[in-house]
Structures are given as C-alpha cells and as structure tokens.
Design a protein around this ligand. Structure first.
Ligand code: SF4
Length: 491
C-alpha cells in the first residue's frame, strides 16, 4: 500500500487551545513529508471553547485562590472537596471530543496517535476502548512517558498498542509504518508495550535543525481570539537544576539543545506567511538559555517579519551575561518583545537556595525594574508550600510582592506540587514518614505525590500568606499593559 493511502488520525487532547499545539504540528509535518494522509482533530474545531490561562481577575477568583491554598484545619475538608471537584471537571472527557473521535474511528484509520498530558487519562481510556472494538491500533505519546512508573501505569489501558516517551520529530514516519505493518516497534527507543516489554530509553534529539517546521494548517485559526504562532528555539534548560522542576526531566526537556538562529527565523517567516499573523509565542522553558539566541531574534526578526510581536519565558539567573540586562531588554522590546514571564517562586533567598533556583532576590528585583522600564509586560509564577518553607519565608514573599506590585502585570500563585522524578520528589520519597511532610501518597497516573506540610499550617504563616494573596489579587485585577493585550491570558 502506498503511504498516501495510509490514514493517520492524530488527536490533540490539549484543552488550552487558544493557539495550535506545537507537538501536533511537528508530528503532522513529519508524517505528511513522508506521504501519509493525516487527519488532525483538535478540541476547538468541534466546538470546545478556547481556554485562557489567566485573565483579569474578579473578587471571586481571589476567594477561590484563598480556598485552594488554605492550610487552616477547619477549612481543609472544603478545600479538598473544591480541589477534587475542580480536577473532576477539568479532566473529565469532553463529550463532543469523544463523539468526533468515535466517528473518525469508524472511518477506520490505519492508526490513531494521541498526544496526551497526564490529566487526559480518562479520555484516553475511552478513545482506546472505541478503537479496540474496530481493531485500530492506538499509540499514546506525551512528555512524561519517559518516567517508568507513569508509562507502566498507562500501558495497562485496554486498547493501547504502545506508550511512547521519545522525541519522534524525525522518526515518526518509520515508527507509524512499523506499527501499521505490525513489525517489532521495540527497535525504536522510548517504547513500552502493554505486556511490560520496553525498548531502551530515548536520547534527546540533536541537532534540532533536523526537526521539520510545524504544520498548523489543520487548526481552526478562525476560532482563536488572536492568531498566535507557537515556536521553540530550543529544548531543555541551560540551568536544569531547580529541585522542583519536572520540565527538565520530561522527554523533550532532558538536556539543553538549541536550534540555530537562522532556522528559527526561517520558520517564523514561513509560519507568518502561511497564517497571515505576526504574533509569536516562544514556548522555550528558558528563552535566555543562550543569550545570543534572544539577541539574534531581537536584532534580526524585524527585518525578516516586519511588525512581529512576541512573548516568552526567561530565568533570571546569576550569570554575568544572562541576556536580561537593561540594554538587552530594550533591544528585545525594539525587536518586538511585548511580554516576559519568569519563575519568581518566592521572595525568600533562603528558600530560593533550598530550591537550587540559581536566582537571587536582588537580581529578581533588578530584572523586574529593568523589564518594566524597558516597556515589557511582566508576569511571574510562584508557589506556596514548598517542603521546608516557614513563616519567615512567606513573610519575605509577601514583602517582595508588595514592593513590586506596581511593576507586575500578572502573577500565577499556585500550591506547590511534588512531581515525579524531580530531585525534591526523590528526596521526599526517601524520607516518607519523616516529620517534615505527612500523608505522602504516590499518584503514578499523574506522576505526582500528595502530601501535607504541617510547618505551613500555623497562624503566622496564614497571616503572611493572606498579605501575599491580597497583593496577587491587586496585581491580577488590573488590565495588562496595553502593548501586550493581545497576549493576555496566554502565559
Ligand atoms: S530555570 Fe526553569 S526550566 Fe530551568 S530548571 Fe529551573 S524551573 Fe526548570
């Protein structure tokens, strides 16, 4: 059979569908380059509304966050109920998506590829069951399937042919061909079969310039509030030491690799032409891993895509040349950068050191001032409840936020999650039963561990946390800087 007659159904389960999914675009491009007939199903193209990560907040959002982060004993049962209910509604299979997938399966594709995050377990079970009835193989891939316990848990889903934890940018066609021909797919790395047999762990893909330009033509562009092209200049993170970071232990986050500036700019030019937009979202974990990449884009993009605007995430590390000095930021703004996000995590130096964050409170403060002065909209992420956090740490966080709230546009303040394979997870797993944490309970389906930290359930901690959350609410209830409004809610 010719490849062009072989139909591959590619299902995007990503509900954050305010822009196309990069991984799906890359796989689509790889398969089409080899002549496969690819059908892409995305939640938005059958009616699922776009989901914004953040928006201007109302008092109700503030109250929800306070409940979500509460450690006060009498409130905990309500908090846990609210968390479970929220997770249920967030993770439950979307009926419309399932219906569309079912009717696509009835057309008997040669294979179904599911790109799944861990929250998609239930929907994957349902799709795999439908595919099994018609004898269609189902391959499930995703960033966390290089973690053994997680892949082992997921391989038991009835109807799943294999779990894949590997970067398949250049091997996808031969892999899919082997699945269709029922050949031994254990010759490909990162594969786990339902019976538990598995191949060697995948090594990170290099050089990244071999990866094809993403094919986003199947995404419902007309339904996005703003047309934005997702892109990456590299995978992994040059620092890669934060003890809580699950991104750098995921399949595509392992070890830092970069594309060439020329390859990135050529793709930006091409995608802009294809989709008639000049808005870009860099999905790099750390866009300043290689400061010359950031500078190269800032300096060269205006002549390649006149009027281009873009946003990205950086790490305010302590290198002398981290690409984030005031002059660098001014050049970035001139080159189209409109918004920057970074992991502030906490206002306590002691805690930053415990986390191995590689940042200082002073440098974070300097960066916030410089970025604001240069004209950027600033967003940061933080969390409460890191193992070992104390009242004094939360007091420092509240102080930091209050001192900088006039410079920040958005803050994402979460409860800390203990995620599988991270250094802190391993340390805590070894100390299971130790006094620092209680109720340790592994959850291999979601690659995390539930726990309680009694040290942050004191009255003093709660008082400082209330101050910090009030500051977050004051920040998030403002409109974002006008130059960055088209990017509001995206990161
Ligand atoms: S800087 Fe960011 S991406 Fe890098 S290890 Fe730390 S949290 Fe992870």
């Amino acid at each position: 059979m010719e490849l062009s007659k072989k139909k591959v159904l590619l299902v995007d389960l990503n509900a954050f569908s305010s822009f196309p999914t990069l991984a799906i675009g890359i796989i689509t491009a790889g398969l089409r380059r080899s002549g496969f007939n690819v059908e892409v199903l995305s939640p938005l193209d059958h009616g699922k509304p776009t989901a914004m990560r953040e928006r201007r907040e109302r008092f109700f959002d503030h109250a929800k966050r306070r409940l979500h982060l509460s450690g006060y004993a009498p409130v905990r049962p309500l908090r846990d109920f609210a968390r479970t209910t929220r997770a249920f509604f967030r993770d439950r299979p979307d009926k419309m998506t399932l219906q569309r997938v079912k009717s696509a399966i009835e057309d008997k594709p040669s294979v179904i590829l599911l790109s799944a995050y861990l929250m998609h377990y239930e929907v994957v079970c349902k799709i795999a069951a439908s595919a099994k009835e018609l004898g269609v193989p189902v391959i499930v891939g995703g960033p966390m399937f290089n973690i053994s316990d997680t892949a082992n848990h997921w391989r038991n889903i009835p109807g799943v042919t294999a779990i894949v934890g590997a970067e398949v940018d250049v091997s996808i066609s031969s892999f899919v061909d082997a699945v269709i021909k029922k050949e031994n797919i254990l010759k490909f790395p990162g594969v786990v079969l339902p019976d538990g047999r598995k191949s060697a762990a995948a090594v990170p893909l290099r050089p990244l310039d071999l990866s094809p330009f993403a094919d986003f033509t199947d995404f419902p562009w007309e339904r996005y509030p703003v047309s934005i092209i997702p892109i990456m200049t590299g995978r992994g993170c040059q620092w890669a030491k934060c003890a809580f970071c699950s991104d750098v232990v995921s399949t595509n986050g392992l070890s830092y690799r970069s594309r060439s500036v020329g390859h990135v700019l050529a793709e930006m030019e091409e995608q802009s032409r294809r989709h008639s937009t000049r808005n870009f979202l860099f999905l790099d974990l750390k866009l300043n891993s290689k400061p010359d990449m950031l500078r190269g884009i800032a300096e060269q993009l205006p002549s390649r895509v006149p009027g281009a605007q873009w946003i990205g995430t950086v790490h305010v590390d302590t290198r002398g040349n981290n690409g984030l000095g005031f002059q660098d930021l001014k050049i970035a703004v001139k080159g189209g950068m409109r918004r920057v996000s970074f992991g502030l995590e906490t206002g306590s130096q002691r805690l930053l050191d415990v986390m191995r964050k590689g940042s200082t409170v002073e440098r974070n403060s300097e960066f916030i001032n410089n970025a604001h002065r240069a004209g950027l909209s600033l967003r940061c992420t933080m969390f409460a409840g890191y193992p070992g956090e104390t009242e004094d740490d939360m007091a420092a966080t509240a102080n930091f936020l209050e001192a900088h709230e006039h410079l920040l546009d958005r803050v994402r303040f979460n409860a800390f999650s203990l995620l599988d394979e991270t250094p802190i997870f391993k340390r805590m797993a070894e100390q299971s039963g130790a006094i620092i944490l209680t109720d340790l309970e592994p959850d291999p389906q979601r690659a995390k561990m539930e726990y309680r930290n009694p040290a942050i359930e004191t009255k003093g901690y709660r008082i400082h946390k209330r101050r910090a959350l009030a500051s977050v609410y004051r920040i998030n209830s403002q409109r974002v800087r006008s130059s960055a409004r088209q990017f509001d809610g995206l990161m």
